[in-house]
Design a protein around this ligand. Structure first.
Ligand SMILES: [Zn+2]
Length: 270
């Protein structure tokens, strides 16, 4: 009997720590910036399944957002319209530039009248940037994943619902680079994207979410007006730091309850 009780208590404790259900809802005046990578089914045994949100799950999220009266914006729209945003504003972001963003995500974005910001790595072909973070991540999993060709990026932009942002030239790890190298990644990527696609590029996503505080000024100097991190949370758009925007991580490993709680509280568990 005592054992069963202990088991139940342990279960409750696990559930509470995982979902932090007691945390109050973050104000609906605080925009939610959602971070996605791939819209794809998970691959068994793959390391990066957290980055793969199944198309059916993505559609369920978009359907819920639209039914619950959430308003879709690009990141730059959130930043420039910060003073007049309605309650329940959100932005969808895609990092890296996977081909499924066009093949799987775009039709669903159109279906639910949603916008998104695509943070594209300029030199994204034949690279396994995961080793820039941890050398032992050398299975080539992300390298094998199909990336958007320039023509496919153009197709996304032609839809009218996609903002193009930069995710650096090579998905470099800024925490290991000096000022000159970081400036080059920032300036070259913005220039390359603007020249290649003929659109202004105002927003940046820090690769791996890694950077040193003194590098933030370099982002601004390179001409970006906003930058998103991988720090989880939501903030008041009236006072947020537009060069260190927090996001809500949408993971392929999460279930529906976890999604709802992240939308409510701005982040997962403790
Ligand atoms: Zn990335």
């Amino acid at each position: 009997m005592t054992f069963v009780l202990l088991l139940v208590l342990a279960g409750l404790l696990w559930f509470s720590l995982r979902y932090a259900w007691w945390r109050p809802a973050a104000s609906y005046r605080y925009p939610r910036i959602l971070m996605y990578h791939m819209i794809a089914e998970t691959c068994s045994g793959a390391r990066f399944n957290g980055l793969r949100v199944a198309p059916g799950f993505f559609e369920k999220q978009l359907q819920w957002l639209s039914q619950q009266g959430w308003h879709s914006f690009t990141v730059s729209e959130l930043v420039t319209q910060a003073e007049q945003l309605p309650e329940k504003s959100f932005a969808i972001t895609f990092d890296d530039g996977y081909a499924d963003n066009l093949l799987q995500a775009l039709p669903l974005l159109k279906k639910y009248h949603c916008k998104a910001t695509l943070y594209l790595v300029v030199d994204r072909f034949g690279r396994d940037w995961s080793i820039q973070r941890k050398a032992h991540h050398d299975e080539g999993e992300l390298k094998r994943e199909a990336k958007l060709s320039d023509e496919q990026v153009q197709e996304m932009l032609d839809s009218g619902c996609i903002e193009l942002g930069s995710h650096s030239m090579t998905h470099a790890n800024f925490s290991r680079l000096d000022t000159a190298a970081v400036s080059k990644e920032l300036i070259d990527s913005r220039k390359a994207l603007e020249e290649r696609f003929g659109v202004p590029v105002h927003s940046f996503a820090y690769p791996f979410g890694l950077y040193r505080p003194e590098q933030i000024a370099l982002v601004e100097r390179a001409g970006f007006t906003s930058a998103v991190t991988t720090r989880e949370g939501v903030e008041d758009a009236g006072s947020w730091d537009t060069l260190e925007l927090q996001r809500i991580k949408i993971s392929g490993k999460d279930n529906w309850l976890a999604f709802l709680l992240r939308m409510r509280g701005g982040r997962r568990g403790l």
